[in-house]
Design a protein around this ligand. Structure first.
Ligand code: NAP
Length: 266
């Protein structure tokens, strides 16, 4: 059994759960975190039994300011050496921007942005000391695409995360640390139901929709290989490449055609 641990946020479902399964198969011990404790407990006992690895859990709400410190202190107290940090937790806000509270937006930015920065900040010193560390930041094709049908802040925060991931590479690659920005397209997970957009997801053409396992498998390989960007599947590689050269007006029209948003109904 390896002595190294992978810490995965948002491991109770979807892409995070599949990433956990993949690392477990490779023999990594795991620390899994999310809010739903019962779910995490069941997942942990299944994964550890199947793979003969140690799996621990810590249930935390990343929209709360202290959660990242508490996760770090938990790992320190147990002497877990976090070699791989997967910042995956995320969701979309159900309500349209003009109707949310400031607190709704603050929580959103904390889960998808601030907590990613804080966890990276907390765990990177040990990685530097060890001369080795792999970070994965689960971003999205939305970082490159037309303004999001999920809600106005979603695309911008993912773009920010891509840039943050790039910064980590620029500053720490020579110290043995790499950061991989994972940019999936539409993926079958609990995300769209949790974000109130399952109907819109059901209208997305099938050739644009992939399984969470497919995304996770490509993501883990890219992270272990130290790639700075991972856009899983040829379909989305082609789309993201094209998005970088098309005029904005065409991108917006394509976005409406392929992934009409819920605000169209209002
Ligand atoms: N599905 C897609 O089409 C798609 C496409 C591109 C990018 N992504 C990104 O992929 C990542 C994973 O999402 P998914 O698609 O796998 O969705 P999912 O199945 O809904 O998983 C989201 C995970 O995040 C956790 N989470 C949500 N809010 C949290 C909070 N406040 N505190 C702690 N954990 C929280 C959830 O756990 P609990 O509810 O138990 O807390 C769950 O484990 C997200 O960053 C998302 O933006 C998804």
């Amino acid at each position: 059994m390896k002595n190294s641990y992978a810490l995965i946020t948002g491991a109770s479902s979807g892409i995070g759960l599949e990433i956990a399964r993949n690392f477990a198969k490779k023999g990594y011990n795991l620390v899994l975190t999310a809010r739903r404790k019962d779910l995490l407990e069941n997942i942990a006992s299944d994964i550890s039994a199947e793979n003969n690895i140690h799996v621990d859990i810590i249930s935390k709400d990343l929209s709360l300011k202290n959660s990242t410190n508490e996760i770090f202190e938990f790992c320190e107290s147990k002497n877990y050496q976090i070699e791989i940090l997967v910042n995956n937790a995320g969701y979309g806000i159900k309500t349209s921007f003009d109707k949310t509270s400031v607190e709704d937006e603050e929580k959103f930015v904390r889960v998808l942005g601030t907590s990613v920065i804080m966890l990276t900040k907390l765990f990177i010193p040990k990685m530097i000391e060890n001369g080795f560390g792999k970070i994965m930041i689960v971003s999205s094709v939305a970082a490159f695409a037309a303004p999001s049908a999920i809600q106005p802040l979603y695309g911008p925060i993912k773009t920010f995360m891509n840039r943050f991931s790039d910064s980590i590479n620029v500053n720490y690659k020579h110290k043995g640390i790499s950061s991989t920005a994972l940019c999936p397209g539409f993926t079958i997970t609990g995300f769209h139901t949790a974000s109130g957009v399952q109907d819109e997801m059901d209208r997305v053409p099938r050739f644009l929709v992939f399984s969470a396992k497919r995304i996770a498998d490509e993501a883990v390989e890219a992270t272990l290989a130290g790639k700075s960007l991972c856009v899983p599947t040829f379909t989305y590689k082609f789309l993201v490449f094209t998005l970088q050269y098309l005029p904005r007006g065409i991108i917006n029209a394509l976005g409406k055609l392929l992934a009409p948003g819920r605000y169209d109904k209002q």
